[in-house]
Unconditional design. Sequence first.
Lengths: 138, 451
Amino acid sequence: MNSNSKRLIFGGLILSFFVYSYFVYTSGTDNDKGVHLINEQSKRGKLLFQNYNCTACHQIYGLGGYMGPDITNVISAKNKGPVYAKAFLQGGTPRMPNFHLNEKEIDELIAYLTYIDKTGISPIIDFKINYDGTVGQK
Amino acid sequence: MMEQLVKNEKKKKEIGIVFILLALISLIGGVFFGSISALQFIIPDFLNSIPFVKSRPLHVSLVVAWIFLSSIGGIYYYLPRYCNLPLFSNKLPRIHFWIFLFTGVIILTCYIIGKFGGREYWEFPPILAIPIFISWILFGFNYFKTVFKKVGQWPVYLWMWGTGIFFFLFTFSESYLWLFPYFRDNIVRDITVQWKAYGALVGSWNMLVYGTAIFVMERVKGDESVAKSKLSYLMYFLGFTNLLFGWAHHIYIVPSAPWIRYFAYFISMTELLILGKIIWNWKNSLSEAKKDFHIISYRFIVASDIWVMLNLALALVISVPAINIFTHGTHITVAHAMGSTIGINTMILLASCFFLIGDITKHQFQLQHRKIIKSGFWITNIFLMIFWLSLLFAGAEKGKLIVEDKLSFQEIMQNISPYLTVFTISGIGMFIGLLMVIFPALKAIKTYLLN
């Protein structure tokens, strides 16, 4: 393989990657079913989520640490909901530190979790497996 | 030792060695905090002053620092000594080192006092990304100005190191796109782009590590044609394609466009070719004389080969959406990450460290040290296997309990706690094994620096 061929393949891959990235940034990710719940309160909630490093223990869409549960649908899950989540945020548990959050911060985090809840489902429990190894949600 | 490091730095001694010294210290710290994190899984109130929310980022950041520092140290050392490529600048690596060290100390302090603000892997306040980015610009500038002097065909590792540096800069920047509201405010876009960046980011540091592996293998084997063969380049381009497009198994369940998932699924399956090639080349020929001359490096390279095969097989399996639906969000993902980081990256980088230490000590390791390193090598690998298997079992059990039995989080944790106990004990065993490997290496570097 001569140097020009290598440069050509390398350049082709890079170019394809930038085109691909553009589509991932735009049409690939414009499906947000919870868009009507994005507001200043939920936006601040997201930053609080990062400031307290909640992702060290909790997952959203299965991504994050495993010390605590996946909280993507904590707001709509059976026997859970905003009051349930609020109780944890107020006092902590043996596994979860008490971060001494004030009421405003708790409401912002709940607003963020309410928004996430509307965007999709995690973990996916009802699904069908297709012949090619892909998965469809029921 | 740090005092000597400063003195040595002033004397403008070999900067690559100084990077390796800091890398080994980071590895000890990373595995130490990893052991604390593991203990907190089975004893939640263990070491309350450093809860899991702090110990986990301390563990991850120090291990990432180990990978970067040891890869970079090797590159700075090998280019002038083995590739006949004197560095374009000898001053830039020292600036690079001090930026890395100061930023690292600030990041660790932030974690200890609980000051976060970033996201997974880069939990530190985002402002600290700036010095990291600058240090990589300096490294990249120096690297490309150095290697572009080389005429004739490049060995594949020069391409790999260059690709790793370039794509680190790109993907590191991409991982901070969340600072813009367009990305941050839409959770589907935010998570998708975050894991797209992280997937390629890991791929970029793998380019640095695998390039190092090819370099060390070439030197141990004493055959320079290995790194210039057509097959090496085909494997490089296949790996590069996977770096760019094969990341989406992380986000199969995120409601982004289906084509993102299908495309990544297809690309991931091309890795079967790499797996096939590894199995085909299993136990390739190597002259006994060369092997004995670099016996410690050789041992670590052979171990990494086995771990490559196991982890690549696991990566392929969890890239199939029908399997990923059971494994995603379970400890199988941790097995995938830790198996690759310890089994592949750390084994390769230790091989590189010992190759380099062999060089500076003129292969005068004391017999006693060799015995300790050999024992440490076996202890590390045996416990790593137990560790890896316990995570696989814990993950498989968790996946089944979530999808089929639909149990609550507390019930699941109760069910998998025996596996997590084995995971913690084997993690501590691995820490002891690694200490047995690292301390003689640190001693050899210290002796070199003092003389």
